[in-house]
Ligand binder design. Structure first.
Ligand code: GAR
Length: 216
């Protein structure tokens, strides 16, 4: 099998990265992880990647004078691995237009909300404060606007009476670990395309396939 090459970018714990690594370990997964790159040398996910025998790199944003220089250094490290796909997995730096345009159509992100609701930070706190009855996570192609871009797959979870941001985050995270490998599988199987800002699966709009609804 000709597996698609992936580079994963992280900033922290790396549990989504781990879910992707575990999926990739299964024999029939159509993608292989070429490297995990972090902007933060202390990211716990780096250790997890090393433990799984995956190549790791650090491009420390503090070493660069501005975003453009950091983005270019990151692009150089990524491109050295010639990936088909770049997956942001808890990567907490904003990327500039040059970077985003360079990877157009092959850069995806996971965000802990049902986009377009709650872009940005503190999504679980904001979902609770809004009184929303459902919350969730989204995997989407990255475009120039932060936390926007065509949605590949979402998972919805109920908001429960005694939820705190932590309990809600944990319920959402479990779903993140399901939908990110699924999105990558579809990408690697060449089943995704974008038309009019919307993601098609096998050339058609299939919203029901892109939604995972969790039971409590
Ligand atoms: C995840 O919940 C991910 O969705 C979120 O950060 C967490 C990283 O956890 N990403 C964003 O908020 C991006 N805007 P992880 O390091 O354990 O995968």
């Amino acid at each position: 099998m000709n597996r698609a090459g992936i580079v994963i970018l992280i900033s922290g714990r790396g549990s989504n990265m781990q879910a992707i690594l575990e999926a990739a370990r299964a024999g029939d997964f159509p993608a292989e992880i070429r490297a995990v790159i972090s902007n933060a040398p202390e990211a716990a996910g780096l250790e997890r990647a090393r433990a799984a025998d995956v190549a790791t790199e650090v491009v420390n944003h503090r070493d660069y004078r501005n975003r453009t220089e950091f983005d270019r250094a990151l692009m150089e490290k990524i491109d050295a691995r010639t990936p088909d796909l770049v997956a942001l997995a808890g990567f907490m730096r904003i990327l500039g237009p040059e970077f985003i345009d360079h990877y157009a159509g092959r850069l995806i992100n996971i965000h802990p909300s049902l986009l377009p609701k709650f872009p940005g930070l503190d999504t679980h706190e904001r979902a609770l404060a809004s009184g929303a009855k459902v919350h969730g996570a989204s995997v989407h192609f990255v475009t120039r606007e932060v936390d926007s871009g065509p949605i590949i797959i979402q998972a919805a979870v109920p908001v429960l009476a005694h939820d705190t941001p932590e309990t809600l985050a944990a319920r959402v995270l479990e779903e993140e670990h399901r939908i990110y490998p699924q999105a990558i599988r579809w990408f690697a199987e060449n089943r995704l395309s974008i038309r009019d800002g919307r993601v098609l699966l096998d050339g058609a709009q299939r919203p029901e396939q892109g939604l995972v609804a969790a039971s409590r």
